[in-house]
Design a protein around this ligand. Structure first.
Ligand SMILES: *Cc1c(COP(=O)(O)O)cnc(C)c1O
Length: 829
């Protein structure tokens, strides 16, 4: 048990009768419904409002305490927060799950049915946004005075459906029934300017001052959501900005009958927070995307400054009192924006302002793919944010002059470290801007941190060797184990106690139980239960029967060429073919489960979805293999679906081309829930292998170093294909039109690419992947051995809690004090 005496007192418990009465009151007085006519949705709102009241009970003292202590605050700026549903999570953290179940039962309502109607808040695309959500949970749990800043998108990530196997996108509408969690703050409003002109003046002392005027001015309005930590001891705030026009309706135009024109201003302004960009890594946004980035960054910085000046005489001590984390480069415009606020609005001189900026910001890099590194045309920034372009030039001039004067510099042009990329056109490198304006720059796994030093930031790293560090991502065990997998978490609780919920390192104590047959049986029963639940869910929506005895082999994540869903489906084709021919005797019955969205403009990814669906249709209809192989692509992947699939998985597919997945967090969720991993030595898979032992994970394929070498000296897919009859056969089957009789050439773009460039080295890793899958078959055929390894995976997941990640950020980057830390969950290395 951990000592909790130093923690804030837990809020008073709420009993069943209290909660029941509260829910009834909310239903009548806030939802405005009679008990007899209330829909499931009304009950959801009533329960959420009752629970929110409990959150507020903790929120007020937390906020007051933070003000009184006047310690350092942490701000997490992220264009995405993939928070998902909040009710189940809040009940878990407040310890109210069973109370709520009983209270609702007394009202004749089933809690599980109520939990299901909450919309899934998909204010993010994937891993980056989900990381921000897990970090919010951990900051609250560790009682760090943290605040998240983002955008309150009216429409989150699109809903995915299939039309004859093709992805179709439908708008998402999470706010349709109102959002019971948020508080609108009409008093927390900031103006944000776009376009306009620059003018120079002299102030009375003769100093040059810059005035930015005209253009478009929109208002950022705050919406606050309380974020409760484990056991409700501390509650932080997620503040999301909505865009509004500063002008009301144009009455003159309205009275002339020009109704569209009359509201034009509002429509334009509100478009900024209308939709989440479905951009994922490779896709560059347009003007509106840059507007979104500046909009939320500027509003957040103004808010931070206002709060600071409410308690301090000046901004000089900002770096002692504030740490701001930039989640990727989306908020990198914060660097010139804080310069502008300090110089133009608060009268600081350039040098002092730059010192403050570099003491406040820190930047997390999430990708090394050249096509995914954000850069904006100089002309676009000049037009939209003229003052910022001027400041970027100034920062660049100082930066280059400083490097030129250094004795270790032998490069007169410094093209690689310049903030401006002038190779083809002129672009602002947002990664370089964030790097330069930050105190620390971090990668998200050990491997990724190392690669940063040798690839994109190699030259900058040479000049600033102390800046780059690596902090491996983590996930919150409260949502991803406790809430998502009650069967396994209660078994863990019965076996080693409940301390793991706040100190995941305690899972280590499970390791000895891997040798205990009774424990293995209980572990298997929990997994079996989860597989049955998933099979029932699938059966309700599609006409596919999942056999809970089969190996559930799962790849769920964004569809991206580097994540190599293609490798997975090609291996499935080869396996099916071998089964048809009477081979593959050692292959156990499998369900190959896929889920994931493709960015709407990522044509190749959409074609891969179609391929998987086409293969699934043919394979699932084959009576010869029906009992041994089922392929299923579940539509509309999101946090809620992940929470259902992951606890039911036996095998977790983490098969990216080595060097391309910065960390991954899906990999951690699966292993925590007792799945074995089949994966490459990429991202955090490397550290997971070290944590669970190489004998308890199926590692295959080229290393990151070998991938780089392949790319350098050139790689010949035709040789790999010639060496692998199975791969050759799988490709030929796809090319034959067997899976697409209506359009036999449909997948030629994919197969031609595999035979031509194969940039993601699918053909190079195919045989190694096949062999790793057969090792998985062999182990699964020995259930006791499989369970033993699965248990050891859970036992090894201590380091992959987001609590550990946040504790490391707090110590190494933000330099904020922590309550005594449970030491067991630190990395051993
Ligand atoms: C965890 C998670 C991700 C990230 O998954 P990776 O496998 O690391 O890419 C993406 N989307 C959702 C909904 C998640 O829960």
């Amino acid at each position: 048990m951990i000592d909790t005496a130093h923690l804030s007192p837990a809020p008073r418990p709420l009993d069943r009768d209290g909660l029941r009465d509260s829910v009834r009151d909310k239903l009548v007085y806030q939802v405005g419904k009679d008990l007899r006519h209330a829909t499931r949705h009304d009950w959801f709102l009533a329960l959420a409002l009752a629970v929110r009241e409990r959150l507020v009970d903790g929120w007020m003292p937390s906020t007051r305490r933070v003000y009184e202590e006047d310690g350092k605050r942490v701000y997490y700026l992220s264009l995405e927060f993939l928070i998902g549903r909040l009710l189940g999570d809040a009940l878990t953290n407040l310890g109210l799950h069973e109370t709520a179940r009983e209270a609702l039962a007394e009202l004749g309502v089933d809690l599980d049915r109520v939990l299901k109607v909450e919309p899934d808040a998909a204010l993010g695309n994937g891993g980056l946004g989900r990381l921000a959500a897990c970090f919010m949970d951990s900051m609250a749990t560790l009682e760090i005075a943290g605040m998240g800043y983002g955008i309150r998108y009216q429409h989150g990530l699109f809903k995915q459906g299939f039309d004859e196997g093709w992805q179709v996108e439908r708008p998402e509408d999470w706010l349709a029934f109102g959002n019971p969690w948020e508080f609108e703050r009409p008093d927390a409003v900031y103006p944000v300017r776009f376009f306009g002109r620059l003018r120079e003046e002299r102030d009375p002392s003769g100093r040059r001052i810059h005035i930015w005027e005209g253009g478009q001015r929109v208002l950022a309005v705050a919406y606050d959501t309380p974020v409760v930590g484990w056991q409700g001891r501390h509650v932080n705030t997620l503040r999301l900005w909505a865009a509004q026009s500063g002008n009301l309706v144009n009455l003159e135009a309205f009275n002339r009958g020009e109704y569209m024109h009359a509201v034009e201003d509002q429509v334009l302004a509100e478009s900024i927070s209308r939709v989440l960009y479905p951009a994922d890594a490779t896709e560059a946004g347009q003007m509106l995307r840059l507007k979104q980035e500046y909009f939320f960054t500027s509003a957040s910085l103004q808010d931070i400054i206002r709060r600071h000046l409410g308690y301090h005489a000046s901004l000089d001590n900002l770096p002692e009192k504030v740490a701001i984390q930039l989640n990727d480069t989306h908020p990198a415009i914060a660097v010139p924006e804080l310069m502008r606020l300090l110089i133009d609005e608060h009268g600081h001189d350039w040098q002092r302002a730059w010192t403050i900026v570099r003491g406040v910001f820190n930047y997390t890099n999430h990708t090394l793919m050249p096509e995914a590194l954000e850069r904006w045309p100089v002309g676009l920034i000049e037009q939209l944010l003229p003052r910022h372009m001027q400041l970027i030039y100034e920062i660049n001039a100082h930066h280059l002059a400083e490097l030129r004067s250094r004795p270790d510099n032998h490069d007169p042009f410094l093209t690689e470290v310049s903030l401006i990329d002038e190779a083809y056109g002129r672009w602002v490198r947002m990664g370089h801007l964030a790097f330069l304006g930050s105190r620390r720059v971090n990668g998200v796994s050990a491997l990724h941190g190392e690669l940063m030093k040798h690839t994109v930031f190699a030259r900058l790293h040479h000049y600033f060797p102390e800046k780059i560090t690596a902090i491996t991502n983590g996930v919150t065990p409260r949502r991803w184990l406790m809430t998502a997998n009650p069967a396994l978490s209660s078994l863990i609780g019965r076996t080693i106690g409940d301390g793991w919920t706040r100190d995941l390192g305690q899972l280590e104590a499970l390791a000895p139980h891997a040798g205990d047959a009774a424990f293995r049986a209980a572990f298997a029963a929990a997994k079996r239960h989860n597989k049955e639940v998933l099979a029932a869910l699938v059966g309700k929506h599609v006409d596919v029967r999942l056999d809970p005895d089969a190996l559930f082999d799962v790849q769920i994540k964004r569809i991206h060429e580097y994540k190599r869903q293609l490798l997975n489906i090609l291996e499935a084709v080869a396996l099916w073919d071998e089964m048809r021919q009477g081979g593959a005797a050692g292959a156990v019955p499998r369900v190959r489960l896929f889920a994931g969205k493709a960015a709407s403009s990522y044509w190749r990814a959409k074609l891969i979805i179609k391929l998987i669906n086409d293969v699934a249709r043919v394979v699932n209809a084959d009576p010869a293999t029906r009992d041994r192989l089922t392929i299923l692509f579940m539509p509309n992947y999101n946090v809620s679906l992940a929470e259902k699939i992951i606890p039911a998985a036996d095998l977790s597919e983490q098969i990216s081309t080595a060097g391309m997945e910065a960390s991954g967090t899906g990999n951690m969720k699966f292993a925590m829930n007792g799945a074995l991993t089949i994966g490459t030595l990429d991202g955090a898979n490397v550290e997971m292998r070290d944590a669970v032992g190489p004998e308890n994970i199926f590692i295959f394929g080229l290393s990151a170093e070998e991938v780089l070498r392949c790319r350098r000296i050139g790689f010949a897919p035709e040789e790999a294909i010639a060496r692998s009859p199975r791969l050759a056969r799988a490709l030929e089957l796809v090319e034959s039109g067997l899976f697409s009789p209506d359009d036999p050439g449909r997948f030629r773009p994919i197969t031609d690419d595999l035979r031509g460039l194969d940039h993601f080295l699918v053909t190079a890793d195919f045989d190694a992947y096949w062999n790793a899958q057969r090792r998985a078959d062999a182990l699964f055929a020995d259930p006791e051995a499989w369970r033993r390894q699965a248990i050891l995976n859970v036992a090894g997941m201590g380091p992959f809690s987001s609590d550990r990640a946040i504790r490391t950020y707090a110590q190494e980057i933000w330099q904020v004090p922590l309550e005594a830390a449970p030491a067991a969950s630190a990395f051993a290395a």
